[in-house]
Design a protein around this ligand. Sequence first.
Ligand SMILES: [Zn+2]
Length: 497
Amino acid sequence: MTAEILDYDDALASYDPVLGLEVHVELNTNSKMFCGCSTAFGAEPNTQTCPVCLGLPGSLPVVNGAAVESAIRIGLALGCEIAPWCRFARKNYFYPDMTKDFQTSQYDEPIAYNGSVTVEVDGVEYVIEIERAHMEEDAGKLLHIGGATGRIQGADYSLLDYNRAGVPLIEIVTKPIRGTGDKAPEVAKAYVSFLRDMLRSLGVSDVRMEQGSLRCDANVSLMPKGETELGTRTETKNVNSLRSIERALRYEIRRQAAVLRSGGRVIQETRHWHEDGGFTSPGRSKVQAEDYRYFPEPDLVPIAPSREWVEQLRATLPEMPAVRNKRLQAEWGFADREFGDVIASSALDVIEATVAAGATPAGARKWWLTELARRANEADLELTELAITPAQVAAVQRLVDAGTINDKLARQVIDGVLAGEGEPADVVASRGLAVVSDSGALEAAVDKAIAADPDAAQKVRDGKVQAAGALIGSVMREMRGQADAAAVRALLLDRLS
Ligand SMILES: [Zn+2]
C-alpha cells in the first residue's frame, strides 16, 4: 500500500515541514494512577486489575501522589510553569481497551505548560517549545489473534489484557516546530532522544521504547515555501524507536509533497508506520477535540500543589542533559565533532559508564563508536542491548593497554563476550588469544621471515626502514596475529642492525 513519494531534496526545495510531537511516558510508580494495582510489566494478563481500573459501577478513583510528584518534576525539567490548581477531565470514547468508556486525562487545565527545551543537530541548536505536559491513564492492551500482521484486520478474534489499564502516563505535547528545514526528521529524533535521556535522569520512567513505556506520535505538515499558513497534518502513531521516528517523518514529508505537487489535498488522519516496508499507511480519520466531549472529572478532587512543594521538587532535579554534555565533553577532552558523534550514536551513557569502569575516554569511545556500533547496527539493536557491559568493554581496553592483546585480538575477545563465553579474561584464556610474549617463539618467527625474504632484509640493513613492513606482516601472519606489532618491529630492526 505504498504511495507516490517525491525525492526528499525535491520535496524540501518546495515545502517547509512543520513538526508536532506528542510523547507518552509511562511512569514507573509502583501502583496505578487511580488505584493500588501493580504496574509491573509482563505479568499474566488480567492479574493486575481491580474494580477501579476495570471501571466497575460504584468504584471511586484516588489520585496517586507519587505520579503527581513525577508529573511536576517532568514539568519543571521541561522548563514549564506548574499550575497552582488543575483538574482531571473525562475524555469520552468507546473502545474495548477502555472499560469506563472514557479516559481520565487532563484537557484545558494541564498540570504543566509553556516550557521549552533546546536540542542540537549537527552543531545547530533548535528550541522546541512545549505546549503542555499533562497526566492521564494508559488504556488496556488488545491482542489480535489469527491475522498475519497482528493488526485487527484479518484477525479471527481479539483478546484484552487490562493490566496496563490505569498505568500513569504523562503526555508531553510540543507547539508547532518550524524552521527546521531538511533537518526536521533529525530534530524530531534528537528531541525524543533528549526526552528519553532527561526522563531517565529524573528516574521517573523506564523509557523503554520497545516495551511501550515511551511512545511517540509524530505530526507533520508541509507549507509551500514562503507561506506562513500551516498545512494539513498527519499523525503517525506509536513510532517505537528513535530511528523509526526519523524514517517515518522522512517518508511522510516525501509522501505529502507528492500529494501536494500533483494538486491533491493531504487528508488529516492518523497513519501507521510499517518498519519493515519503510512506509506509512492510513489509519482512522482524525477525531476533533470536540468529538471527545471533555468535561471535568467529578469523582476526583482538583490538584493544587503548594509553591513550597514545587520548589522542593525543583531542588531534586538532576543535572540536565545539555549541562551534562558540556561537562563530559570538557572532562573527556573531545573535539566538537568527536563529541557530536557520541551524541548522534546515543553512546553517551555507555561511554560514561565505560570510563567510570576504568577505560580512558578515547579507548571507550573507540570501541563503542566503531566495533560495537557496527555490530549493533547489523543486529538492529541499541548499543545498550548488546550482550556486553561497559565494565566488560573497559576490561577489554585494559587488556590492550597491558599488552596482553592487540586491537585485532580484542575484536575476537568482543566476539566471545557477545557469544556468551564469559568475561574478557575468560575469553582470552579459553580461545588462547593472548599476544605471544614468549621471546623464543617470536625470535624464531622473525628469523624465519628474514630467511624467506632476503631482499627485504637487505634493504632494511641498507637503512630503508620502510621495507620492514613486509617482514613485520609475515611475522604477524606466522604468529596468527597474536603478537605485538611494535615488539616485532623492534626485534626485527635489532636483528638487522
Ligand atoms: Zn486497579
